[in-house]
Design a protein around this ligand. Structure first.
Ligand SMILES: [Zn+2]
Length: 429
């Protein structure tokens, strides 16, 4: 039976947490490490400006910025790769029932709640984890200091949200160690703080075969993400963090950052309290300028020829300024600011729509490596914002595109939309 865990609870069999696993830095694992091992957040001085608008989380006691920044996290390189061989990689494009059933991955032990062994008899993982939400039920405190042994997860469960074992930000830092780090780091660098979540399906479904993922599993993933985000932000505020950018996203496929074959989403919750990126600044400023005339609430997206799907609660369209060919943008009809404000009927509608749109894209052979990015208003900002999201299929990009916030696309958005609409027809009643 599950017992909820608070921050300080420890486990009978205490885990020897390696440096930065689950974002944990303690006295034991800091021993022998240097500043080069630390996860860093670094603002590019050539593109960083101080925030002056009070709407965007301006606090007098702390200087905050917008601009370009990088998270540099050496531990990200040590995480297990989901595909070891070309053969294995090929399997994830195999959407037959048979291919799906035999599969095991790094999450198998966590989702089964007991040690699972691979075909060679080797244990998968070490049996420790931190689970923030099982479906929408709160489990471990987001600031839990010690991982615990895996526990049985009900068969009927749809999704689990875990603390990422190989994150790009530190979550728990021993106060003495933090002081030591501060003294050792040069002033332009700072230890990055935050919570990295990963939400996985309870049963294995390959992310590359979207059409095989049952709608209720996708719904389960969204529901668990939402519950976990709310739990983390609530606890972060209880721990005196404020002004919190939160980025939910899916990396589907190896070419777009998905290192695991199982369908999963991630959420970056930045607790550095030092501002936000330049792209988000652009969105915040644009919505501010719109005032009461929100573009997304009013637009027809250039007539109807770029719209690919209108559901009860969502609009999907090809954006007129694509960052890749076939770049799809979607938003709820309701003017809400954040992913975590989505209601269950909006989530169910979204899951089904995404499923058929992904099938339609597969059918016309759009690259199966895709990102889904949710753009949300940071917590604590008093800004007007209409949440929207992007589906971006993988493509190789050029040099000029790296130099500015600009892309060269060859496909006319309304032509791309026409192709997708036609492909989608057979999935609509
Ligand atoms: Zn709106």
């Amino acid at each position: 039976m599950f017992i909820p865990r608070s921050k300080k609870d420890s486990n009978k069999e205490t885990h020897k947490t390696k440096f930065m696993e689950w974002g944990i830095i303690n006295k034991e694992n800091w021993e022998g490490k240097t500043t080069f091992d630390l996860p860093i957040k670094r603002w590019d001085p050539l593109s960083t400006v101080k925030i002056t608008s009070e709407d965007f989380g301006l606090r007098k006691e702390q200087i905050r910025y917008y601009g370009h920044y990088s998270y540099i996290s050496p531990i990200r390189g040590t995480r297990p790769k989901g595909f070891k061989t070309m053969e294995e990689e090929k399997e994830f494009y195999d959407c037959s029932e048979k291919a799906m059933k035999k599969h095991q991955d790094v999450f198998s032990s966590v989702t089964a709640g007991e040690q699972v062994y691979d075909g060679w008899g080797m244990p998968i993982g070490d049996g420790f984890t931190i689970i923030i939400c099982q479906d929408e039920m709160r489990r471990d405190n987001p600031f839990l200091e010690i991982p615990h042994q895996i526990e049985k997860v009900p068969e009927a469960s749809k999704a689990l949200t875990l603390i990422n074992r190989y994150p790009s930000m530190s979550r728990i830092v021993d106060p003495e160690v933090e002081l030591d780090i501060k003294n050792k780091l040069p002033p332009q660098l700072k230890l990055s703080r935050g919570i990295n979540l990963v939400t996985i399906s309870r049963h294995f479904y390959p992310s590359m075969c979207f059409k095989l993922i049952p709608t209720d599993v996708l719904v389960g993933i969204f529901v668990s993400m939402k519950a976990a985000i709310l739990y983390c932000v609530e606890e972060a505020i209880n721990n005196d963090y404020y002004d919190i950018p939160c980025m939910p996203f899916f990396n589907i496929g190896k070419k777009v950052g998905g290192s695991q074959p199982r369908i999963h989403s991630q959420t970056y919750i930045d607790l550095n309290m030092d501002g936000h990126g330049s792209r988000l600044e652009g969105y915040l400023e644009a919505f501010k300028e719109m005032g009461d005339n929100c573009h997304l609430c009013r637009t027809t997206h250039g007539g109807t020829d770029r719209i690919i799907l209108n559901t009860e609660f969502w609009t999907f369209y090809n954006t007129g300024s694509p960052v890749r060919n076939y770049h799809i943008r979607f938003h709820p009809m309701e003017h809400i600011r954040r992913f975590s404000q989505l209601k269950i009927n909006q989530i169910e509608d979204l899951a089904y729509a995404l499923k058929i749109i992904f099938q339609a894209l597969d059918d016309i052979e759009i690259d199966k490596n895709r990102n889904i990015l949710f753009n949300c208003c940071p917590y604590g900002y008093d800004a007007d914002f209409h949440m929207f999201a992007d589906i971006i299929p993988h493509e190789i990009i050029g040099g000029a595109e790296m130099a500015d916030d600009m892309r060269v696309a060859r496909k006319l958005p309304h032509i791309a939309a026409g192709e997708i609409r036609k492909s989608l027809e057979k999935y609509l009643k």
